[in-house]
Write a protein that binds this ligand. Sequence first.
Ligand SMILES: O=P(O)(O)OC[C@H]1O[C@H](O)[C@H](O)[C@@H](O)[C@@H]1O
Length: 244
Amino acid sequence: MLFLSKNALFDNKKGIRGGIPIVFPHFGPWPIGPQHGFARIQMWEVEQLPSVDVSGNVVAIIALVDNAETRKIWDFKFKLRMTLTLLKCCFSMDLHVTNTGDAEFNFTTLIHTYFRLPDVTKSRVLGLTGCKYFDKTTGQDIQSETREQLSVDRNIDNIYANVPDELTLTGGPAGRTIKITKKGFPDTVVWNPWVDGAQKMADFGDDEYPLMLCVEVGHVVKKVSLAPAQEFHASQTLQIQCPE
Ligand SMILES: O=P(O)(O)OC[C@H]1O[C@H](O)[C@H](O)[C@@H](O)[C@@H]1O
């Protein structure tokens, strides 16, 4: 169900062009560090290998703790813990961010999901109606989404604020509909680079833009402030209707 570019690079220098990169502690261009922060190019530790819990779910836990490299860019102590839960037709990601130092810090974070689609022009995103958004492609001021069903036929890079916790993406692989449920992530970014954007990215095939759409849930419009010992928790669940 997820898109991975045929040109994706696994060099720890940039985020992987596909799958679900984790944006932390900064969404977007970052004057003091790499775009979208360092979490997506750091090596996470496996805290729990995939194992079956009492309900029959497969659960794995990965973690990232501050280290010399992260502190050189952003001098704070933190722990990120991501619990990944896989059921037959459902995949959840639970993110915990803990401030393990003695100074308060601010951050933005986002789950940058690349959905694989047979034809993006035939897909629709439902649930954004009435939400205020900023269009990064035009730099246009905050607007209100009037469309009941968002369709994509050009470069799109919209940051929606205060989005309802249930979104729907239609037209997935084999015609499937994907339900996206989020908690603790108020915002959602919808991105497709289209023809020109695809050509500018070395790690993305020129002909791949019709085959994906990023619907990214996050906390990006306003920063999260975390005092020492405090914890932030947010999650995303992706659900498809199982074939009979
Ligand atoms: O190329 P990347 O650093 O992975 O960023 C890919 C995209 O991520 C988000 O969707 C942003 O809103 C876009 O502006 C950006 O182009």
